[in-house]
Write a protein that binds this ligand. Structure first.
Ligand SMILES: Nc1ncnc2c1ncn2[C@@H]1O[C@H](COP(=O)(O)OP(=O)(O)OP(=O)(O)O)[C@@H](O)[C@H]1O
Length: 258
C-alpha cells in the first residue's frame, strides 16, 4: 500500500534546480534509502517532505484515509500528519536534559491549552504525568533511560543520534525520515544503529526513509533505494538493482574523480 507519493517534484534556488522532476513512491512499512553524491539534493528532498521548503512545482501526497497534499503546508502541520525527522547535524536542545528533549517531542500531541497550563488545572497535571511516563518509556526502549537526567550535550555521539530518534518518535509518526543517521558513528555504533532502525520500524509500525552514505547500511536494510545525482533521480529499485545500474556506478565514480 502506497503511503507517500511524489509527482514531478522540483525546487529551484535562483538559477539552480536542486531537485528536478522527481517521481517517487513509498510503500507503507518499507525502509527506503536515498543515496547520491554530495550536493545531489537529498537533504533538499527531506526539506520538501517536511515543509521547510515548498516545491516550485509538482505535488507531494501523503496517503492516510484520504490523500493529503503536503505542498505548502507548514512544518508543524506536516508533523501533525505523522511525518517526523532527524537532522544531518544533530539538532538537540544541548543544555536541556535527555528527558526534557523527549518531552518536547510530545508537544505536537498534547492537548492542554494555554490557559489550563498557566493556571495549572488538573488536566495539566494529568497530561504532564502522561507525557513524562511516555517519554521515560521511549528512553527505555532506546536504551537511554540511565541517561535521562544528563544534559544532551554530555551524551556520546551515538547516544545523541538515538536521542534525536526518540524525540522524533514522540510525535507518533507514521513516516520517519532519518538524515545520515550513521554519520560520525564508529563501526560498532553503525551495526547497533542498523539493528535499531529495523527494530523501531517493526515496533512502531513505521515507514522509514533514510539518507545515508554508508552503503553497507543502506544495502543491508533498505527495501528500495532511490539514487539522486545533480537533483535528478537516476535510479530507483532494490539494492541489487541500483548497485548494478551503470548510471549509478558512473555517478559515484564520477564524484570520486571530481
Ligand atoms: N536554501 C538553499 N539555497 C540555495 N541553494 C541551496 C539551498 N539548499 C540547498 N541548496 C543547494 O541545492 C543543492 C543540493 O543540496 P543538498 O544539501 O540537498 O544536497 P545533499 O545531497 O543533501 O548533499 P550532502 O550529501 O552533501 O548532504 C546544492 O547545490 C545546495 O547548495
Amino acid at each position: 500500500m502506497t503511503i507517500l507519493k511524489l509527482n514531478n517534484v522540483s525546487i529551484t534556488f535562483g538559477g539552480l534546480k536542486a531537485v528536478s522532476n522527481i517521481d517517487m513512491t513509498v510503500e507503507k512499512g518499507q525502509i527506503v534509502g536515498i543515496i547520491g553524491p554530495n550536493g545531489a539534493g537529498k537533504t533538499t528532498l527531506f526539506n520538501l517532505l517536511t515543509g521547510m521548503y515548498a516545491p516550485t512545482s509538482g505535488e507531494i501526497l501523503l496517503y492516510k484515509d484520504n490523500p493529503i497534499k503536503l505542498n505548502g503546508l507548514k512544518p508543524y502541520k506536516i508533523t501533525g500528519h505523522g511525518i517526523a525527522r532527524t537532522f544531518q547535524n544533530i539538532r538537540l536542545f544541548r543544555d536541556m536534559t535527555v528527558l526534557d528533549n523527549v518531552k518536547i517531542g510530545f508537544h505536537s500531541r498534547t492537548k492542554c491549552g494555554f490557559l489550563s497550563s498557566v493556571i495549572r488545572l488538573p488536566s495539566y497535571y494529568d497530561e504532564e504525568k502522561r507525557v513524562r511516563e511516555d517519554a521515560e518509556e521511549l528512553l527505555k526502549m532506546l536504551n537511554l533511560d540511565n541517561k535521562k537526567h544528563e544534559f544532551a550535550k554530555n551524551l556520546s555521539y551515538g547516544e545523541q543520534r538515538r536521542l534525536e530518534i526518540a524525540r522524533a518518535l514522540a510525535s507518533e509518526p507514521s513516516i520517519l525520515l532519518l538524515d545520515e543517521p550513521a554519520a560520525g558513528m564508529n563501526p560498532n555504533e553503525t551495526i547497533e544503529l542498523t539493528h535499531l532502525i529495523t527494530w523501531i520500524r517493526d515496533k512502531f509500525n513505521l515507514t522509514i526513509i533514510l539518507i545515508e552514505h554508508d552503503m553497507k547500511l543502506v544495502m543491508g536494510i533498505c527495501n528500495k533505494v532511490y539514487v539522486l545525482n545533480y537533483g535528478n533521480l537516476i535510479a530507483g529499485g532494490t539494492p541489487d538493482e541500483v548497485q548494478n545500474d551503470p548510471q549509478v556506478i558512473e555517478a559515484y565514480i564520477g564524484s570520486e574523480s571530481a
